[in-house]
Design a protein around this ligand. Structure first.
Ligand code: RTP
Ligand code: MG
Length: 139
């Protein structure tokens, strides 16, 4: 994956609350092009592997439970400076700290149930995109 891409998930809370359309509108209105997308559900093993970096953190069990409790939308997004610009669009991890107009400010309910994921580096964007999509599913 080239460095002008990032990876996102619309998390189970936002799907349950009916925000898929609103979040995709924010994403495309901000200039991101969707180059891969699927509606899917993570298994426990998927979530443990995806969030392995957090496995020693106290919230890990809760995070895996949350991320597997319902379907998600996974997508690869393309834009200049994609990783950094997408992190700015989603806002701080805790919606209480997120700037006005950010996706988490608008749609997240708590630090744990915070509506969206965004890759934190070009390297992780490539790893996370490849975790969810084969080459034939990326356009
Ligand atoms: P993400 O990876 O999902 O884009 O979120 P992030 O970079 O803003 O935050 P990160 O530190 O990577 O944490 C990953 C996810 O774990 C949950 N979390 N819960 N209960 C808590 O204190 C807590 N802290 C983090 C959130 O779902 C967070 O997005
Ligand atoms: Mg993170």
């Amino acid at each position: 994956m080239s460095t002008n891409r990032t990876f996102t998930m619309i998390k189970p809370d936002a799907v349950e609350n009916g925000h898929i359309g609103g979040i995709l509108d924010k994403i495309t209105s901000a200039g991101f092009k969707i180059v891969a997308m699927k509606y899917t559900q993570l298994s426990k093993r998927d979530a443990q592997e995806f969030y392995a970096i957090h496995k020693e953190r106290p919230f890990f069990g809760e995070l895996v439970e949350f991320m597997t409790r319902g379907p998600i939308v996974a997508a690869i997004l393309e834009k200049d400076n994609a990783v950094e610009d997408f992190r700015a669009l989603i806002g701080a991890t805790n919606p209480a700290d997120a700037a006005e107009g950010t996706i988490r400010k608008m749609y997240a309910t708590s630090i744990g149930e915070n509506a969206v994921h965004g890759s934190d580096s070009d390297e992780n964007a490539a790893i996370e995109g490849a975790f969810h999509f084969s080459g034939r599913e990326i356009f």
